[in-house]
Design a protein around this ligand. Sequence first.
Ligand code: GAR
Length: 218
Amino acid sequence: MKSRSIVILISGRGSNMRSLVEANLPDCRIAVISNRPDAAGLAYARERGLATAVVDHRAHATRPAFDAALAEAIDAHGADLVVLAGFMRILGVDFVARYQGRLLNIHPSLLPAFPGTHTHAQALAAGVRIHGCTVHFVTPALDSGPIVIQAAVPVLPDDDPDTLAARVLAQEHVIYPQAVRWFLAGQLQLTAAGQVRLSAGAGRAATAALIAPQTDAA
Ligand code: GAR
């Protein structure tokens, strides 16, 4: 099988990027691009010998100019799939259209609940008992788009945003490699009508519940 090219976009720590690199995805080359020269994840990517690049948003006067420079850097790798992994810039309509059907994002909430930032604090403030994370195809609206897979975790009585974030992050590191594996295997597609198509086996796995809330009577 022809080797595929995955470009992972990061802005910071890069733990999701790391989980993808360490997932031993079959037949693919991975490159990492950051919009921040000081992103901690870049050091890891360089240590692993991956191709890296920085497209600093501060060097571009407008959003379209930044998006164009980013697209040029992505296309230099002939990307089959673009993976947003903690990439904290809003991308324009033209950029999103250019990569339609091959642009994935992970968000630390059970979308459509809690888009935006500080999702764990939002979940605690709302008093939800179940929280989680979502992998979705990207559409122009912020943190929205056809959902590929979600993982749920319980919210515990003594949680603070950090403990809850850690529980969710562990699941992010499970579902993102899973979604990318499906994509590479041709089991995951975005239809022309904008819906997620998963092959039967993948679809069953995607809907399997990851938690079973318990009652006192258990
Ligand atoms: C992750 O929790 C990811 O879901 C979130 O940023 C974190 C990045 O961590 N993304 C968003 O909030 C996107 N709206 P990482 O750099 O360690 O992967």
